[in-house]
Design a binder for this molecule. Structure first.
Ligand SMILES: Nc1nc2c(c(=O)[nH]1)N[C@H]1C(S)=C(S)[C@@H](COP(=O)(O)O)O[C@H]1N2
Ligand SMILES: [Mo]
Length: 422
């Protein structure tokens, strides 16, 4: 499917706004067997010699053609690269699982190197038996598997004032979604024995920043994981090797990496540097605090500014991601005209609670400009708001928790820009 589309692409009659029923479009008219194509008719170099032997790369990397699919940062965003953030290339990924190697990183004092044999986890505070676990101790508790998205509360934060950064990697890429294996925090707390006065669980990391955060005991006893595997392999250093906290649905900041201490208290305790951060300043000067749960959100990942349409009009696959910290995504609607008309997209593959959900919409694009938007609805009935709806409630002093609808202006030439329409 390359080059001009006159020869093969059949125009079909389409519904309403030019939308096709899912899956029907791409079955006809795309292959062009009538063109003599040397890639088919000639013997190629790669078929004339041996390829690499099996042990050429004991641990494989993506083929070099994909070397643009990498984390990127925005240098002016933070003062120093050790207290900084980079962004997942969500415009170039498919499915729902984020490979660790390109999953965004957020460190307050850099990614540390902590060997398993030096690893210790202490449980202290309002418990019957204060405990210290080695890494090996943790591996002897019953395990569970959870797929969950981790979204930094600052994701989309630069967009509060208006469309700013070109590319959904930069506007929405502070998110990743992995399959974790670990021990439910509940089992470790039960081992230590939480005293009746214990109402809050404080977690801190072994890095200099410690990133200490508190969560209600109910959450800690619910679905929080002390995780040591991600996507089937050990956590990467930058994601907290050897052990991190997985806190499904909660903002990324609660997902303490290089987890070293769990304290049970009767009140919320915050570490030295986090006290006033991660609160949302309201127009009247008050702040929203403890806004841990990430509200439903979605974004079209392709087409998008870094993923323009190169193949011209005709069949076009629109795809994106949707998620909710409150449970499952129930529906995703897509608009081609900036939110006037909406059609329901397909939720493709398994829909998991508090995990990224992939959606697709198969379109017969007539080549005219579009103002693409997506809107997630979660199982609680919550509907992703527009940015203006959010601003009406929260004003413009915010950095965190911008889950407003993103607009991509797709021009007739297929280029895409980050815009905002009233
Ligand atoms: N120990 C420790 N844990 C941490 C942080 C940190 O700097 N130190 N950053 C937090 C923040 S703000 C986010 S958004 C997530 C990011 O996780 P990631 O780097 O795996 O993407 O980790 C959280 N856990
Ligand atoms: Mo974060």
């Amino acid at each position: 499917m390359s080059g001009t589309d006159e020869t093969g692409t059949s125009r079909r009659a389409f519904l309403g706004a030019g939308l096709a029923a899912g899956g029907a479009v791409a079955t006809t008219g795309l292959a062009r067997a009538q063109d003599a194509d040397p890639l088919i008719t000639e013997v190629q170099d790669w078929a004339s010699a041996f390829g690499d032997p099996v042990d050429a790369t004991p641990y494989g990397m993506p083929i070099h053609y994909e070397s643009h699919v990498v984390r990127r940062n925005v240098e002016w965003l933070t003062e120093s690269p050790v207290s900084s953030i980079n962004f997942t290339p969500i415009h170039a990924l498919e499915g729902t699982i984020t490979p660790q190697g390109c999953a965004f990183e957020r460190h307050h004092s850099g990614a540390i190197e902590l060997a398993k044999q030096d690893y210790r986890l202490m449980i202290s505070g309002l418990v019957e038996r204060p405990l210290v676990f080695t890494y090996e101790d943790l591996t002897r508790f019953p395990r569970t598997i959870t797929t969950a998205f981790c979204e930094c509360a600052a994701n989309g934060g630069m967009e509060w004032g208006g469309a700013q950064l070109e590319g959904c990697q930069f506007t929405q890429g502070m998110i990743h979604n992995m399959e974790y294996t670990g021990v439910p925090l509940r089992l470790l707390l039960e081992e230590a024995g939480v005293k009746p006065e214990g109402k809050w669980v404080y977690a801190e990391g072994a890095d200099a920043s410690s990133n200490g955060r508190s969560m209600p005991l109910e959450k800690a006893m619910d679905d929080v994981l002390v995780a040591f595997f991600a996507n089937g392999e050990a956590l990467r250093k930058e994601h907290g090797y050897p052990v991190r906290l997985v806190v499904p649905g909660f903002e990324g900041n609660m997902w303490v990496k290089w987890l070293r201490r769990i304290g049970v208290y009767d009140r919320a305790v915050e570490s030295r540097e986090e006290t006033s951060k991660y609160t949302d300043l309201m127009p009247d000067g008050r702040a929203r605090k403890w806004t841990w749960v990430m509200d439903a959100k979605s974004v079209i990942t392709s087409p998008s500014p870094q993923a323009p349409i190169r193949h011209g009009k005709g069949p076009l696959v629109i795809t994106g991601l949707a998620w909710s910290g409150h449970g499952k995504v129930a529906r995703v609607d897509v608009s081609l005209d900036g939110g006037v008309n909406w059609v329901e997209a397909r939720l493709t593959g398994d829909v998991k609670s508090k995990a990224l959900t992939r959606f697709h919409l198969d379109l017969d694009w007539d080549g005219s400009e579009m103002f693409l938007q997506s809107r997630a609805v979660d199982e609680t009935g919550y509907v992703q708001p527009t940015k203006n709806q959010l601003r009406e409630i929260r004003g413009l002093n915010n950095v965190y928790h911008n889950n407003g609808i993103q607009t991509w202006w797709v021009r007739a030439d297929g280029e895409v820009e980050n815009v905002e329409i009233a």
